[in-house]
Design a protein around this ligand. Structure first.
Ligand SMILES: [Zn+2]
Length: 1089
């Protein structure tokens, strides 16, 4: 070995180069002889069709070099192969290189995914060709005309190019020289050690000298020289580390976005292509583990690729294919845990865990969200309530401003629940098992000294097919080699168990994990956001009404299977590229169709439940209604102005009172204590007052004054106008639909072009209103009706926008006369504070944040809240509350948000704290309108199903218990499991199409029936689950009263499993419940027959 480091390094480099000296170097020997297919033909279709349908079509001859398309088409290739007899004893690969994503089919089964980007271009036909093997065979290649990341025109996230062509550049049989490959892998690792460990490190030189010696020893034309060369490498790799070395737990992974730059339907095939590839790899590498999230994707593969699914189940049983996450889909991205409601999040876990239990006999113990745009401070409690105390993610490494201070830590939610959290320190969920990544993982780890273990997730995502043989072979060489971290193929359970053991020194992060990026996704694709909020409400109401209808007795059947179907559609759309709006137009179309289906079927289910619940009251004796049935699905009494059909068939307003979660017949409406007064002044301004609040509006609909009636305390800041629209330039750095940058705030332009000045539209009495129109930007228009109802403590802004902008951001601002360092925002089952100042980088990085139904700015004794019915983006800087209304990004959907929008927000000044003033209840009221139905004149006292003694507690959910929770009838864990699998297949569970399984378990079922008297358990109507949460942030005791015939009540977890010692005594006042701040409590109620 001579002394020149650089020449030695480059010499080895050239010996393995794929570009230089391949005529004489080792790389040039990787493949031996090749031979073209005997014949190649193709059938093309715009549809994604099954194999059986494809292969009977007419195929036309094609050749290598031909191109296909356009985008989203599918080409089926028939490939006839004939392996030369002379290749006996050799490893033979079928090599396919093309644009697009391919799947090899053999004997009517999918066998291998193909993608150049994911380094999957070979299907191994045999590792040693035997004389007896058939030398002729037919394969099919199903080629999707889209890339790994769709078909963006010019850049990845640009809208898809509809006319892309996809070229087949190679299709051949080839001999693969495994011994050359192994030596190449040795040299790659040695070379990387030499380069990356650096000149100060003697290991670097040891690796370099070994590599140089290998080149000396190895004669590329004589494989007999290879073993000696490999021994030189093995001598280095087998020099062990000391005891203190860091251990990396490597796990195969393939994050697949359920829809993003391609439609949902393509994801089904992406999953199959990737997972079949993983199975092939597992056959050859029994140590390989692969972690896989999203129950929805398993469900797709189960129903579209049953053969493959059976193989997956086998590898799940072996512990290699590891389901993780426990949710239906990985929820929203910058929000994956931001936008879905608390109940939606619970259902993500309920549907997900239930699926994993049913399909694989195990629930997940880790929550898994590698790619999500921020994490709600409510998530730790929801995880714990679903049996999950471990959490893995990494997206916070994308923070634009601040570097998150930990990789392994305890994350504490708003209620105090803690989960052990790990971010892979390599800041990626798609690594390749390289030396560089392992060194980065150790170096980057912010918890050095606290924990000595971390993880690496390796594999190509999004259809890239996950891990490769190369990745595994790299890491094998790094399993325990002095100078490199120990790399073990591991599992989430092993990783977290060892982290738990080492956890005594870990830091704790309290509150949300806010992603300082992608904050535009709170607003982008307003119709999807609106669909989500509305459908969450519809499913809530269907469940309440159906549960009450069942509890009443009679023949009404709880629509369990329809509800499961609708919930799954809603949950699917909460995927982290759909609800955030960062998807292509094709996906938006699908998502809006799903919402339409939920609205349509949900409305029908509501009507059916209502008919059953109060059918007699609704029967009309004549054609016109004499009175109105008013129904309230919220857990407090409400007095509101509604619109109802009067005796003459005309619509009229009425002030009515509806009991807490119940109904009343209204014949004579109430008289308001004070009618709404609306007065137009000479200058065109309008004032409105209802005895609760008083407002003055200028001709542009802006609030010049907002007061509580009988109070001089002004809400609008001096010299300012509230309800001021503002338009901002909105040009991010790259991620168009995702990002709004801090500098957009410097481009603020108030909207002041009046199209139609303020006019009174309703003169007062029960309702006063006034309307106006503005021009926004160059060609968009906004019309707003400002509405004040009798007795209502907030003023509503019903808004219509025709939006035709490009890269603009519309907000509405409320400068208020309130001084506070913090504003409050509603999140799932609670709220949190964020600063109104920009003191530190952590403060100003949150210039655009998310909230659910309300936000509030309060000082001691007084405050102002802004409520909304479908918006999520918000901010509060100093004394200005802003609600983000509409954006106009052009990528990946060039048509995003262009068109008509309707939404409502409201402003509510209040005395005292927002808790005491009922802001939370008002925000619910705005989102859950009373149901008003024409009724007969029958006499009927008001009926309330549930009520609570404390306003701090919200009864959020009333639903029928899922069958899972009925397991409590059975004593004994084993029978519990058996029973569970049986119950799941009962027709009443609504899961059709699994009849085959029923036969297999029937004998067991009968055994358990006979021994445990289960006939009774399953024949009676389901138990009821109610879910409540403490909303004020207080420790409180409340009584839950119900008029349902409750026989037994017990606490349960979020998966509806009864808690040990969770029995709740039934007392005269109801059930006594004690809450700590933001605690979520679920109760199972068993009803009397
Ligand atoms: Zn993703």
């Amino acid at each position: 070995m001579l002394k020149h480091r650089r020449t030695a390094l480059e010499r080895v480099d050239k010996f393995v180069s794929a570009t230089y000296f391949t005529d004489c170097n080792l790389r040039g020997r990787l493949y031996g002889d090749s031979c073209a297919p005997a014949s190649l033909s193709c059938f093309q279709t715009p549809r994604r069709i099954p194999y059986s349908e494809a292969v009977v079509q007419e195929f036309r001859p094609v050749g290598v070099g031909d191109s296909f398309g356009p985008t989203w088409e599918t080409c089926w290739f028939r490939v006839e192969l004939s392996i030369p007899p002379a290749w006996a004893g050799r490893e033979v690969h079928f090599v396919w290189e093309s644009d697009g994503e391919g799947m090899v089919w053999r004997d009517a089964q999918p066998v291998q995914g193909l993608t150049v980007e994911g380094e999957k271009t070979s299907y191994i036909l045999t590792s040693s060709l035997k004389e007896t093997e058939p030398h002729s065979l037919t394969l099919y290649v199903e080629l999707a005309c889209n890339g790994l990341f769709g078909a963006g025109k010019g850049s990845m996230i640009a809208p898809p190019d509809p006319d892309k062509r996809f070229t087949l550049s190679k299709a051949e049989l080839v001999i693969f020289n495994r011994d050359v490959y192994e030596l190449l892998m040795d040299l790659e690792i040695l070379l990387d050690m030499a380069k990356l460990l650096g000149e100060e490190n003697q290991r670097s030189f040891q690796a370099l000298y070994a590599a140089n010696q290998i080149v000396n020893v190895c004669d590329v034309k004589d494989p007999a020289t290879f073993p000696a060369a490999r021994d030189l490498a093995a001598a280095i790799f087998s020099q062990r580390n000391g005891e203190s070395q860091h251990t990396i737990h490597a796990m195969g992974h393939c994050h697949i976005d359920s829809a993003w730059l391609w439609p949902y339907e393509e994801t089904v095939r992406k999953c199959a292509r990737s997972w079949v590839t993983v199975i092939r790899l597992m056959e050859r590498n029994p140590e390989l583990t692969f972690v896989c999230s999203q129950a929805q994707q398993f469900e797709w593969v189960r129903s579209w690729y049953p053969g493959l699914y059976t193989q997956i189940q086998d590898y799940v049983a072996k512990g290699q294919f590891i389901p993780v996450g426990g949710t239906w889909v990985e929820m929203v991205r910058s929000m994956d845990g931001n936008l879905p409601s608390g109940e939606s999040m619970v259902r993500q876990f309920l549907q997900g865990q239930r699926f994993f239990q049913e399909q694989f006999g195990q629930m997940c113990s880790e929550f898994w969200l590698p790619d999500t745009f921020g994490y709600s401070a409510q998530l730790p409690q929801l995880m714990c309530g679903c049996g999950i105390r471990r959490f893995l993610t990494q997206k916070l490494s994308w923070n634009l401003v601040n570097s998150f201070p930990n990789h392994t830590f305890f994350w504490e939610g708003i209620d105090g629940s803690q989960v052990l959290t790990h971010f892979p320190p390599g800041d990626s969920y798609g690594m390749h098992g390289r030396v560089e990544e392992m060194l980065k993982t150790v170096k980057n780890n912010k918890d050095k000294g606290r924990v000595n273990h971390s993880t690496v997730l390796f594999g190509f995502g999004d259809g890239g097919g996950g891990p490769t043989q190369k990745m595994l072979d790299r890491m094998k060489r790094m399993s325990d080699t002095d100078g490199l971290p120990r790399v073990q193929i591991s599992t989430p359970a092993r990783l977290f168990s060892v982290l738990e053991k080492e956890s005594s020194q870990l830091c704790t992060w309290v509150g949300e994990l806010f992603l300082e990026l992608h904050n535009g996704t709170y607003t982008t694709q307003a119709q999807i956001k609106k669909g989500n909020r509305e459908c969450e409400r519809i499913l809530h109401d269907v469940e309440v009404l159906s549960t009450l209808a069942v509890a009443q007795g009679g023949t009404f059947q709880y629509p369990a299977s329809q509800l499961q179907h609708l919930w799954r559609l809603l949950l699917l759309n909460q995927f982290h590229d759909v609800l955030p709006g960062s998807c292509i137009q094709l996906v938006v179309t699908d998502a809006l169709q799903y919402y339409a289906e939920i609205r349509r079927t949900g409305t029908q289910l509501q009507e059916e439940a209502l008919q059953s619940l109060c059918g007699e009251l609704l029967q009309l004796r004549s054609g016109s209604a004499e009175s109105t049935l008013v129904l309230n699905t919220l857990p407090w009494e409400r007095t509101e102005v509604i619109s109802r059909t009067g005796p003459a068939g005309t619509e009229a307003l009425a002030l009515v009172t509806a009991p807490s979660m119940g109904y009343a017949i209204v014949r004579e409406p109430l008289l308001p204590p004070q009618p709404v007064r609306v007065i137009k002044q000479e200058d065109g301004s309008v004032s409105m007052e209802n005895g609760v609040i008083a407002v003055c509006l200028d001709t542009m609909g802006r609030l010049t004054s907002l007061r509580l009636a009988h109070s001089e305390r002004e809400s609008v800041a001096d010299g300012c106008r509230a309800n001021q629209f503002a338009l901002f330039d909105d040009v991010p750095l790259y991620w168009d639909a995702w990002d709004v940058m801090d500098y957009h705030l410097e481009t603020r332009k108030p909207v002041t072009t009046l199209l139609k000045p303020l006019e009174i539209t309703m003169a007062g009495g029960l309702r006063g209103s006034a309307s106006f129109s503005l021009q926004i930007g160059e060609s968009s228009t906004l019309t707003q009706e400002i509405i004040l109802d009798a007795t209502c403590p907030y003023i509503r802004f019903s808004t219509q926008v025709d939006w035709k902008e490009s890269h603009k951001f519309l907000k509405v601002e409320f400068p208020v006369q309130v001084r506070s360092a913090n504003a409050t925002y509603e999140i799932q089952f609670g709220h949190l504070q964020r600063p109104t100042h920009w003191n530190t980088s952590w403060d100003w990085a949150r210039f655009e944040v998310w909230a659910h139904k309300w936000m509030d700015l309060s000082e001691h004794g007084f405050g102002v809240a802004v409520l909304n019915d479908s918006k999520y983006g918000a901010s509060a800087h100093r004394n200005v509350l802003s609600l983000s209304l509409l954006r106009a990004p052009k990528s990946p959907d060039a048509t995003a948000d262009i068109g008509h929008h309707q939404f409502t927000y409201a402003v509510m000044p209040h005395q005292g704290s927002f808790q005491d003033a009922g802001v939370i209840q008002c925000a619910y009221n705005l989102n859950f309108p009373l149901h008003a139905v024409p009724a007969s004149s029958a006499q009927c006292p008001a009926w309330s199903a549930f009520s609570l003694s404390s306003p701090a507690v919200v009864l959020e959910t009333v639903k029928q218990a899922s069958l899972l929770s009925r397991r409590r009838e059975v004593e004994g864990a084993i029978l519990e499991l058996l029973l569970f699998s049986v119950l799941w297949f009962l027709p009443s569970s609504g899961v059709a199409g699994r009849i085959g399984h029923v036969a297999a378990v029937t004998p067991l079922f009968q055994l358990s029936r006979d021994h445990f008297g289960l006939a009774e358990a399953e024949d009676r109507p389901g138990a009821v689950v109610v879910r409540l949460y403490e909303a004020h942030g207080s420790t409180v005791v409340t009584w839950l009263q119900t008029s349902l015939p409750v026989k037994e009540a017990m606490l349960c977890d979020l998966l509806e499993r009864p808690a040990a010692k969770g029995h709740l005594p039934l007392e005269q006042q109801g059930m006594r419940l004690s809450f700590t701040p933001f605690q979520v409590i679920s109760i199972l109620l068993v009803l009397r027959q």
